[in-house]
Design a protein around this ligand. Structure first.
Ligand code: ZN
Length: 474
């Protein structure tokens, strides 16, 4: 099967690597010797799939779309040469973000809770992109001249585990404390941190942000966690000191004024996160309403209130909350997606369909909209059309396990049995479960033979195989 080949090949290459650094050619260039950019890329992808199989993630398409778009925008003005990025959004309230070798960008939900403006959010990611562009990881490995290459794999897991908050015993066990400790020393050396801050500030300004948001965030975090016995992971790996704040402040002050500090779009996405991490929709509604009472012009709070009401089943109230927002910005994609969500929840499928069609004409490539379009078709019991919509989405998101998961479900409903097993194999590959992936391909084989037999007898294939086994979401 073609689609499995790249990942299996990567793993085969990793296994075939010589076990001593002595066997490797040394190119003498500190940034390209032991670990080549291509090796980094492959390792990064392989470990991303392992990480995906081991940590709980946020799969909200609007959130994913926002993170991807904003980071790609920052990458454009960064020093990053290889801009093939992959993203993982970790379902954790704790403040953290990380960039792993090979262009893997990880963001915790907690970053949105802690970064009060888009500029603050961007300053964390600009810093992380700088770690990537300066290849701090490869340079760290290079410095460790006698390091055995297979250990590099363990180190990668180490960084990822550390970055993800090391909450998962599975990853921690593979990582090995020693490997993780060595890597921590390298990647989070003070010099690398300072360099990432400085390059990040330049990137922020080039991308149109006000880089003063970086020291502003650092200052607040420093005050907030000054006496905390258990600061968030990000502050353990990135200690915020008076001198770090002063250094970033001095550099940021040299930037021209007038850069972007915040955006409504960021605040809307932030409201989605606040709702996710609030105990109940009722509590969230109360909090958003309190914000609105203080400032009735706070559109993000009104939006958050509407979402909380939809989630809590107060559908008429939600409709009232969305009304002024849609009146103000009738073509805004975020508000319209909320209205579509409301209409679907309210079983007003024709209304939802009409709005989806109108929005699709305005935003034909919008990922959250494409996703909701497929969901709506399924809800209307039109699996063949849903399947077609998802196949289109796959063209722009071929490595997204969330999309493959839905593709598998939808192909099953549409009676496409071989396609179902192939989609499941893709999904399991992307989340690092290769045994299950191969099993799914084995399922597809007898099905394929059976179907050709059926075809000869002019019979239609039934979906009897599609629910075989081993299918559960990671
Ligand atoms: Zn850093």
């Amino acid at each position: 099967m073609n689609f499995l080949r790249p990942t299996l090949l990567t793993l085969a290459c990793l296994l075939a690597l010589p076990s001593h650094a002595d066997d490797l050619p040394s190119l003498g260039d500190a940034s390209s010797a032991i670990v080549s950019p291509q090796q980094e890329h492959q390792l990064g992808r392989a470990w991303l799939s392992l990480l995906r199989g081991n940590v709980s993630q946020l799969s909200d398409p609007q959130l994913k779309d926002y993170v991807e778009t904003s980071v790609y925008r920052l990458a454009e003005t960064s020093q990053l040469q290889d801009r093939r990025l992959e993203f993982i959004l970790i379902d954790s309230k704790e403040l953290n973000a990380f960039a792993a070798p090979g262009g893997i960008v990880g963001v915790n939900g907690g970053l949105f809770l802690n970064a009060q403006t888009e500029g603050e959010y961007a300053s964390v990611l600009a810093h992380e992109l700088a770690h990537l562009s300066q290849r701090h990881f490869a340079r760290g490995v290079e410095a460790q001249q006698r390091m055995q290459l297979p250990m590099m794999g363990a180190l990668l897991v180490g960084i990822i585990a550390a970055a993800a908050g090391a909450g998962d015993a599975g990853i921690a066990a593979i990582a090995g404390t020693q490997a993780a400790a060595i890597q921590e020393q390298r990647r989070f050396s003070r010099q690398n941190e300072q360099e990432a801050d400085r390059i990040g500030i330049v990137n922020l300004e080039k991308a149109g942000y006000d880089p003063r948001t970086m020291p502003t965030m650092f200052e607040r975090l420093m005050r907030q966690y000054q006496y905390s016995a258990k600061p968030p992971e990000f502050l353990l790996t990135h200690p915020v000191t008076e001198s770090r704040v002063a250094d970033t402040r001095n550099r940021a002050e040299q930037a021209a004024k007038g850069g972007v500090e915040d955006s409504l779009r960021y605040q809307l996405i932030r409201a989605r996160l606040q709702l996710i991490y609030e105990g109940t929709p009722g509590l969230a509604a109360k909090r958003f309403r309190a914000l609105l009472d203080d400032n009735p012009k706070l559109d993000a709070a009104r939006y958050g209130l509407a979402l909380a009401q939809i989630k809590g089943g107060q559908l008429n109230e939600a409709r009232e909350s969305l009304k002024p927002l849609l009146a103000k910005a009738p073509n805004d994609i975020t508000y319209n997606l909320a209205q579509i969500d409301l209409d679907i929840t309210n079983n007003r499928l024709a209304d939802a369909q009409q709005r989806v069609d109108r929005m699709a004409a305005l935003y034909p490539r919008n990922y959250p909209l494409q996703q909701v379009r497929a969901d709506l078709l399924l809800k209307q019991n039109r699996p063949a059309e849903a399947q077609k919509a998802l196949e289109t989405l796959l063209k722009s998101r071929p490595d997204d396990p969330d999309v493959w998961y839905e593709v598998a479900e939808t192909r099953g409903l549409a009676g496409n049995t071989i396609g179902l097993h192939q989609a499941r194999a893709e999904y399991f590959t992307l989340v690092g479960d290769f045994d299950q992936a191969i099993q799914q391909l084995d399922f597809a084989k007898p099905v394929q033979a059976t179907i050709s037999r059926w075809r000869r007898r002019s019979m239609h294939a039934s979906a009897r195989f599609w629910n075989s086994s081993g299918w559960s979401r990671k």
